[in-house]
Design a protein around this ligand. Structure first.
Ligand SMILES: Cc1ncc(COP(=O)(O)O)c(C=O)c1O
Length: 376
């Protein structure tokens, strides 16, 4: 059983509000759901082209041009995947193998570690420490070496909610160029940012020719179960992803692609609205956690808050996570599960809470959490 399953089981047993799971409790736009239904009824039910339906590839290219000024050829520089997860898998399998090093920040989204291992490559990590969760430049530089094939950026970052600024991203691009490494950047939370507009790695000088950008409809549109993602970048790198995708899934859910193409064309105001609504939710949960006596790191992006439990007297956040559903009726995930053993030690007091839930539920979670200080 994974810790995610364990926490879900505990939440069910104690009737707890499950803030461990990273998916919304509300669906995205009804018009998109209707578009998927119409596509099914209109017969969009057979394999889509391996690279994705033309309408979605064009919509992805238009989205990158509209928001970031990135010009892409939808025929050669865009591929649709089965969620960002398949993009990650295909990119790592295509680019790294035995003898190669893949560099990620730590904590890291769990599929990176698994896919690097499946590719047979070595996983090198650079720690992100509280409270800023920004890498130390000297540690970042030292992590690069002659065997660095791929550097993985995840911005905004799951699980910490940190956002890397333009300067940090530019330094990563320079280091990748010096070591002739490919950058794989996972930007699934690109529209879930609470400060300045998202800066895609591929928009920075010198980056485009060595960067594969991964994103997905799941987070932006609150349709995580549709599993529609995409990878964009230079033709030669996208072709390598396509070669692997051919034998992972060959092609991805046809009617959902139609619906996501519609959503990507929504006006700017739609995307701004997503961030504004989430920001309000972040603040509700942050206040509840602060009242509980936790040190809260207010995220700049994503729908996750990280909080430090050290002050509460538990041996580790894993212990607290196991007790929390019974103690106050809320479930969360320890950040150490996103780490290798050394990183797990460094993050042993951190818990991750998801705030992609309806406001009344978050209000209730905040009230329950605020009792924690009296109970321990
Ligand atoms: C950083 C990151 N990348 C990728 C994914 C998976 O995206 P998808 O559901 O589109 O496969 C997630 C989902 O939690 C995530 O947090």
């Amino acid at each position: 059983m994974t810790i995610f399953e364990e926490m879900t089981a505990l939440a069910v047993r104690h009737g707890a509000i499950n803030l461990g799971q990273g998916f919304p409790d509300e669906d995205g736009p009804a018009e998109m759901a209707e578009a998927a239904r119409s596509a099914i009824l209109a017969g969009a039910n057979q394999y889509a082209p391996g690279q994705g339906i033309p309408r979605l590839r064009e919509a992805v290219a238009a989205h990158q041009a509209r928001f970031y000024g990135i010009a892409l050829d939808p025929w050669r520089e865009v591929i649709v995947t089965t969620g960002a997860t398949e993009g990650i898998a295909a990119a790592f399998l295509a680019l790294a193998g035995p003898g190669d090093e893949v560099l990620t920040f730590e904590p890291f989204y769990d599929s990176y570690g698994a896919m690097i291992a499946l590719a047979g490559a070595e996983h090198v990590t650079v720690p992100l420490g509280a409270p800023s969760f920004q890498p130390d430049l000297a540690e970042l530089e030292a992590a690069f070496g002659p065997r660095t094939r791929v550097v993985v950026v995840n911005n905004p970052h799951n699980p910490t909610g940190a956002v890397f600024g333009r300067e940090m991203l530019s330094r990563i691009v320079e280091l990748a160029a010096e070591h002739d490494a490919v950058i794989v950047t996972d930007e699934v939370y690109e529209h879930l940012v609470f400060g300045p507009r998202h800066v895609p790695v591929a928009s920075l000088p010198g980056a485009a020719e060595r960067t594969l950008t991964i994103s997905s409809a799941g987070k932006t549109f609150s349709f995580t179960g549709w599993k529609v993602g995409w990878v964009t970048g230079p033709e030669e790198l996208v072709a390598r992803v396509r070669t692997i995708k051919q034998f992972l899934t060959y092609s991805s859910g046809t009617p959902f692609q139609e619906a996501v193409a519609l959503g990507l064309g929504y006006p700017d105001g739609f995307f701004e609205g997503i961030a504004a609504a989430l920001r309000a939710k972040r603040d509700i949960l942050a206040e509840g956690l602060e009242a509980a006596g936790l040190d809260v790191f207010r995220p700049e992006g994503t729908y996750f808050i990280t909080a430090d439990t050290a002050g509460l007297g538990f041996d580790s956040a894993v212990d607290l996570a196991r007790r929390l559903p019974e103690l106050v009726g809320v479930a969360a995930i320890p950040v150490s599960v996103f780490c290798h053993p050394e990183g797990a030690e460094r993050t042993r007091s951190l818990l991750r809470f998801a705030f992609c839930k309806k406001e009344p539920l978050l209000d209730e979670a905040a009230t329950r959490l605020s009792r924690l200080a009296e109970l321990v």
